[in-house]
Ligand binder design. Structure first.
Ligand code: NAP
Length: 560
């Protein structure tokens, strides 16, 4: 007997909640609603197993850039204390094993329908229920719909002319074949130089006869320093579950990393160099998320850190021309997601690894045996790897036909950019929740921390609705308008919008240029959400009864 009640018609059922996606968010949401709250819930997942984005991202070198001890759930102390990660950063296979372990621990798969994509979700105003339909022809009605589709799950394949004429295999890093790819003896062309390409480059270079990376924008890449973790450090962490949990929940970014109190421009060159050198050697996001706060606000301060990073790249890369291409130009450090390096720059010192600038000379077309640049120069290779990223944040939601009140399509409402309250709900779409949706801290944080916060919050909202016998909750238009304005105002107080990034939708031609994550950061955002709940769900209407959002909702208070 499953927790979800199926009607006699095998293609139709009614549950309390439909959850879309079985990654971190969907798994915890199912556990929360079903096991902790006693609701009937069903999960639909496109993949044939759990993992979400990690189900698909199996390219060589795929690994989280978050330290493994904080890249998991903390809601279950025993789960956290007993799971053993093998290295400082968890690899893609290990993350999938972890999530499979979670699914087994809570017996989750019995309520997950795999190999099934949700095509549409439509709100029925009279009955106040959602009707969810899938690509397998199933229809489910539910009081609540929770999108757990992730922020980076809709892969982006640029519309290169001639792409379908390429004679060899084409692989997208975000949809990697499960059986792996044998690059031995191959000439490989890879388009992209983001986090996926940075991880894949040394791994592919180690196998391939030749690797040519086509780079549009150089990235600041800092050392990961992956490897086994000292057993004493591990033991210390294991005995500090409560402390670690509290610290990451209250932090800015969901890491145990804290911005310096002084600015980069306030300290002497020697002091700054010493800190940056120390952080460089420690590896990870120290230089990005643990250094000087003013690098996010002041070009001058940012330039001081850039100078250090530029020098590091020139030191690592032997060929001065290649080094110059790899030194980022035109965007401040930290405004693009900072990838971590495990031999990326060193790979370009290998004679069979080449770097081609496709910014000044863009890709004109893919040809049957390679590609051609705008100036007519051709490159030939046997295998094409697209490390071209994702239609981030809004993409996964916009690919579903979501219709709220009056049949209004969410993707049409979001045509000029996402419109939400707290990145969690959108006006006109009652009882639809978006875990780590656009306009929440989401991708500017260590994701499991933000996921847990949103799942807990959705659980709290639903529990409260049920306790008072209320049918629907949705944000007011005023609260949502205020949140959208506030988000843009705080983003534009920083350097983030000055860069062409997927945070800004700039990687997708035609996508509105709007900064999509929320910059409240993890701890202050959590406190804000808690205050909103304590004040009677400010900014929301429960069964039509609205509580206005107070000033604090639109006040920026960055934690240390
Ligand atoms: P990405 O950062 O968006 O990188 C895509 C790359 O493809 C960029 O270099 C982009 O250039 C290039 N590109 C896109 N369209 C192009 C075109 N038409 N012509 C030439 N180049 C083109 O994607 P990603 O590397 O998959 O990473 C996306 C995000 O996923 C990361 O930022 C990170 O948040 C997450 N991720 C995390 C990890 C991890 O934790 N280790 C690993 C992988 C991914 P432009 O920069 O000029 O747009």
């Amino acid at each position: 007997m499953t927790a979800s009640t199926r009607s006699t018609d095998a293609t139709t059922s009614t549950v309390d909640a439909v959850i879309i996606g079985a990654g971190f968010s969907g798994l915890y949401m199912l556990h929360k609603l079903r096991d902790e709250m006693g609701l009937r819930a069903r999960v639909f997942e496109t993949g044939d197993g759990v993992g979400g984005t990690w189900y698909w991202n199996r390219y060589p070198g795929a690994r989280s850039d978050s330290d493994s001890y904080i890249y998991g759930f903390t809601f279950d102390r025993e789960l956290w204390e007993t799971w053993e990660w093998s290295e400082r950063y968890p690899g893609s296979d290990e993350i999938r094993s972890y999530l499979e372990h979670v699914a087994r621990r809570f017996d989750l798969t019995r309520d997950i329908t795999f190999g099934t994509r949700v095509d549409a979700a439509t709100f029925d105003e009279d009955r106040t229920v959602w009707t969810v339909t899938t690509d397998t022809g199933e229809t489910v009605t539910a009081t609540y719909v929770i999108s757990a589709v992730g922020a980076l799950s809709a892969s982006n394949t640029p519309r290169f002319e001639g792409l379908d004429t390429f004679a060899g295999p084409v692989f997208h890093t975000g949809h990697w074949p499960h059986e792996g790819v044998d690059f031995a003896g191959q000439r490989v062309g890879m388009i992209g130089s983001g986090a996926s390409a940075v991880q894949a480059t040394p791994e592919i270079a180690a196998q391939a006869r030749e690797l040519t990376v086509f780079q549009r924008t150089a990235n600041y890449v800092v050392p990961a320093n992956n490897g086994p973790v000292d057993p004493e450090v591990k033991a210390g962490r294991r005995s500090d579950w409560a402390g670690i949990r509290k610290r990451i929940q209250e932090s800015n970014f969901g890491f145990e990393l804290y911005l310096q109190e002084s600015g980069a421009a306030d300290v002497s060159d020697a002091e700054r160099e010493a800190l940056l050198e120390d952080y460089w050697n420690r590896g990870g996001f120290h230089i990005w998320l643990g250094s000087y706060a003013d690098i996010f606000f002041s070009t001058e301060a940012n330039d001081l850190v850039r100078r250090f990073l530029d020098r590091k790249i020139r030191d690592k890369v032997h060929d001065p021309r290649t080094a110059e291409l790899l030194v980022p130009k035109g965007h401040p450090f930290g405004t693009k997601r900072n990838p971590l390096d495990s031999g990326y720059f060193e790979a370009f010192n290998e004679p069979h690894v080449h770097l081609v600038d496709v910014k000044s000379n863009p890709i004109a077309a893919i040809t049957p045996d390679g590609l051609r640049l705008a100036d007519g120069v051709e490159y030939t290779f046997d295998t094409l790897v697209l490390a071209t990223g994702f239609d981030a944040m809004t993409g996964p939601l916009n690919r579903i036909d979501i219709r709220g009140r009056g049949g209004a399509l969410l993707r049409e409402k979001w045509a000029e950019g996402p419109r939400t309250y707290l990145g969690l709900m959108s006006h006109g779409y009652p009882n639809l929740f978006t875990i780590t949706g656009p306009q929440s801290p989401s991708v500017l944080s260590n994701m499991p921390v933000s996921i847990e916060q949103h799942v807990d919050y959705v659980g709290r909202i639903i529990a409260d609705l049920r306790a008072r016998g209320a049918a629907v909750i949705e944000p007011t238009k005023e609260a949502e308008d205020g949140w959208c304005t506030y988000n843009q105002e705080i983003a534009h107080a920083t350097l983030f919008p000055t860069a062409d990034t997927w945070y800004m939708g700039a990687n997708i031609p035609g996508k509105p240029r709007v900064f999509m994550p929320n910059l409240d950061f993890v701890g202050p955002y959590r406190a804000k959400c808690d205050q909103i709940a304590a004040n009677g769900w400010e900014g929301f209407a429960v069964d039509g009864e609205a509580t206005p959002a107070g000033e604090h909702v639109y006040t920026w208070a960055v934690a240390g």
